[in-house]
Design a binder for this molecule. Sequence first.
Ligand SMILES: Cc1cc2nc3c(=O)[nH]c(=O)nc-3n(C[C@H](O)[C@H](O)[C@H](O)COP(=O)(O)OP(=O)(O)OC[C@H]3O[C@@H](n4cnc5c(N)ncnc54)[C@H](O)[C@@H]3O)c2cc1C
Length: 609
Amino acid sequence: MVAQVHEMSPGSAADAKPSPGGGFLLENACHRDIFTAEKFSEEQRAFYKTALDFVEKEVVPHHKEIEVKAEGLMPRLLRKAGELGFHMIDIPERFGGLGLDKTTSLLVSEAIARQGSFSVALGAHNGIGMLPLVFYGSDALRNEWLPKFATAEIIGAYALTEPGSGSDALGAKTTAVLSPDGKHWILNGSKMWITNAGIADVFTVFAKIDGKKFSAFFVDAKSPGLTVGAEEHKMGIRGSSTCALTFEDVKVPKENLLGEEGRGHKIAFNILNIGRLRLGVAVMGGAKRVLEVATLYAKERKQFGKSLTEFRIIQQKLADMAVGIYTAESMSYRTTGLVDIAASRSAKDDPEHEKHLQDVLEEYNIESSIMKVFGSEVLDSVVDDGVQIHGGYGYSEEYAVEVAYRDSRINRIFEGTNEINRMLIPGTILKRAMKGELDVLPVAQEVQQSLSKAQSPIPPLGDGPLAQEVQLAELVRRATVYVVATAAMKLMTELEKEQEQLTLLADMCIDTYAIDSTVRRAIQAAKDDPQNVALHEAMATVAAYTIYERALARARRIVIELFPDEDQYTRAMELRRLDINETLPLFPLQRMIAAKVIEAGAYPLHYLR
Ligand SMILES: Cc1cc2nc3c(=O)[nH]c(=O)nc-3n(C[C@H](O)[C@H](O)[C@H](O)COP(=O)(O)OP(=O)(O)OC[C@H]3O[C@@H](n4cnc5c(N)ncnc54)[C@H](O)[C@@H]3O)c2cc1C
């Protein structure tokens, strides 16, 4: 049997060492107990329920007015969210906030995501807008401004992107120069695509001191010389404000520098780390709403004398949507659990706690990128299926699924495009391996040796529940470690330039985390969610076979591209040892999952049940 090693379980495994960032590559698959949605505390569920009630009763009914940016509506809704304490969750207690864990914070983001524009505005306010101040502001700035953020008396925004620099954020041209009397920074330049710009009272602005030292500044929107451009006319999230900013000799008090001069890149990237974590959860929440909308429509709509839900191919779409969500959900809360357990190693009232939290978020930045990429692509596939299930009606503005389809598209672009995030995943793994921070190389040697010697496929790791799926997860992990190490050894420093390879390697890492998280969660469901265990197992089995099949195809492609000569044969033979001899029909399981979705009229594993 597989040994039980506790990766983490917030509040219950004080002596357990959490898996390091990227650690899912190092150990046998499904080896550790992970944090899952089934382990939410009463308090976490209560926050989720409050946020869900709020969004359903106070936000969704105003959908049409939100989408035309009705005057004053968005700030009013943000203030109402403030009354429920949502903006206080990430503010430390010593600055008047609640200082709660990231799981609670992200459960609220998941619920709020049921209205896309509001979700983006809220995230820009109390996420990327406020967190630079929480993490990097002086005590004076935090004492003055955080209570106002908490109520949304002031609204925040984050201004990094410029007309000439998006993905290449450090290529910013906005400058900051100290005034001759040494009391102010003088900002000049422009920013582009800034969420909340039209309603914001304060901005975190990135600029280069003397054109060189990339730094962050806390800027009052009323500062003379700061101009907010016209609202952009966007494909989706139309109710959120998005404008350009222009800075002409804007004076910013000297003490409004966030963090240190020349360390703005740390601020920008650490805030993006948490932004990705949050977006990864939010897109999964959005996908749950679309599954609900599509299921209800399919139940009501009749063709050929039958409800759409009676057609197998519609059932298969509903099942695919649910399995995608299950996979994203398993990875998401595993990651928030990892962050929470690692964060809990420093006391919340320790003045260095925020510094510790930044380190933790950086530690799990591989997982955050995985969640962002996988979640945003699941949402795109879910909204696409949702429109298809609606037929022509899905193409009409009158239907919620049309809005969801347009709103979804931005998620692959902001918080780092999915291309950039994909390159970060293997890039970070290899960088950590080279520095000796992630022991992936000895693991790779072991895998390579075992593959060069083995005569037949790796045998199952145990005979417990889902033993076959655990084996698939292990085969995917070995394939990933094998190709990452093989590509690194073959291409060495040239790998950085091989973007097609990096993208495939990233997909293999995503596959590994996805299969491991879903199968492990389903195993734990026997204890944590016994009444739904058959459903967990069906979801995990469909996910596992699907991921396994595509991961092995990717591994082959990587090897073929790396060795276009005779070496290809040896490598292909090695990879073949990761093939299983027998596989499983999945259609019956998909039908069973669809039946559960149809019965629930929604994603069938609901936290409030
Ligand atoms: C609605 C909306 C809201 C936004 N909100 C904010 C906000 O609040 N604050 C903020 O600062 N920014 C915001 N942004 C900006 C967003 O973060 C950027 O659009 C994003 O980072 C991409 O930058 P870009 O648009 O300049 O595209 P580019 O960087 O020009 O990229 C174009 C394409 O090239 C690819 N690409 C770029 N570099 C590489 C490379 N090295 N290798 C391979 N491919 C590459 C990209 O993946 C992409 O597919 C927002 C954007 C939108 C549309």
